[in-house]
Ligand binder design. Structure first.
Ligand code: SAM
Ligand code: DTB
Ligand code: SF4
Length: 326
């Protein structure tokens, strides 16, 4: 997949974001059609391979040991269990399998099992993605050699707002891991969360950071905060749906060849809001009734939505075509 390198200024990005909505959507859909089939959406399945008890203090997360959530901590699950779930996801039509762990960073003793998970999921013919927290050089190389396609590491918000949400690591720590991953040749998946009390400028600044990476992330998940009981953001004011759509459209224009994923929060979105997000250039979703710990629409509900909109799930063969075309 080809990715672009650009140099967006904050002012240019804000001007784009603030365009009259119809102009913004028209531009986003035009850019989208230059690079993608507008009626195809990529589908990924998430699995939590290690849940809860995380040492970080991310204010939105049910899995932080520092938040008052009732979620209990698990150990890393067995490789065979992961492969069984991946097979089910593949048979249900998902093309990418994303494995998430509630860690600040993996321990070296976990690496053999993680490598076996990547190799096993690849052997099933799926794209592999992991999100494990910070990585050192050795860990990156081991995952790359195992055949890991994507590493998810969200910047979550702007550099300015970051310390309001997370204090146990810095925005720069996040960027360091992303650079390490990218330099090793693993594709980066990075995006953020909207609805955490951030300003419009924070949303735009987050996109500027992502779009100006060289290259921009191949995959850009935009999550809508799912308020979790016991976390500092449990009572955050929900984002206005049209404001959410604006960020998707702006991301599409700023990162024309990246997959923009309409990620967490779809279970709270109307069909109309999701349709507007697809019109704005979102072309990837998580499928299946659970994300990591939170709920997601049922498979049947998504099948009905896709049928209403005339959208088809991208297949592994479609992805091959896309890569070959570029
Ligand atoms: N521990 C790893 C890390 O933080 O990179 C991986 C798992 S973490 C749960 C992955 C991402 O999920 C976070 O960066 C955040 O963007 C998103 N996320 C977590 N909780 C969320 C929530 N309640 N609502 C929306 N997105 C959330
Ligand atoms: C991303 O940006 N969103 C996914 C994935 N990357 C790992 C995670 C969403 C988590 C939603 C809250 C939960 O399930 O606990
Ligand atoms: Fe831990 Fe990731 Fe949750 Fe932060 S977002 S508390 S790092 S699992």
């Amino acid at each position: 997949m080809k990715t672009t390198t650009s140099s967006w200024t904050r002012d240019a990005a804000l001007a784009l974001h603030d365009l009259p909505l119809m102009d913004l959507l028209f531009r986003a859909q035009t850019v989208h059609r230059e690079h993608f089939d507008p009626n195809k959406v990529q589908t990924s399945k998430l699995l939590s391979i290690k849940t809860g008890g995380c040492a970080e203090d991310c204010a939105y997360c049910s899995q932080s040991a520092r938040n008052g959530s009732t979620l209990s901590a698990s150990k890393l699950i067995e490789v065979q269990r992961v492969l069984n779930e991946a097979r089910k996801a593949r048979d249900g039509g998902a093309t990418r399998f994303c494995m998430g762990a509630a860690w600040r960073e993996p321990k070296d003793r976990d690496m053999d099992a993680l490598v076996a998970m990547v190799e096993g999921v690849r052997d099933l013919g799926m794209e592999t993605c992991m999100t494990l927290g910070m990585l050192d050089d050795n860990q990156v190389v081991r995952l790359r050699d195992a055949g890991l396609d994507y590493y998810n590491h969200n910047i979550d918000t702007s550099e300015r707002y970051y310390s309001e949400v997370i204090t146990t690591r810095t925005f720069a720590d996040r960027i360091d891991t992303m650079n390490r991953v990218q330099e090793a040749g693993i594709k980066v998946c990075s995006g953020g969360i909207l609805g955490m009390g951030e300003e419009t400028q924070d949303r735009v600044d987050m996109l500027v950071t992502l779009a100006n990476m060289s290259p921009a992330p191949d995959s850009v998940p935009i999550n809508m905060l799912m308020p979790q009981e016991g976390t500092p953001l449990a009572d955050a004011k929900p984002i206005e749906p049209i404001d959410f759509v604006r960020v998707i459209a702006t991301a599409r224009i700023m990162m024309p060849t990246s997959y923009v994923r309409l990620s967490a929060g779809r279970s709270e979105m109307s069909d109309e809001m999701q349709a507007m997000c697809f019109l704005a250039g979102a072309n990837s979703i998580f499928v299946g009734e659970t994300l990591l710990t939170a709920e997601n629409p049922e498979q049947d509900t998504d099948a009905i939505l896709f049928a209403k909109l005339g959208i088809q799930a991208e297949t592994a063969a479609d992805q091959g075509c896309q890569d070959a075309a570029e």
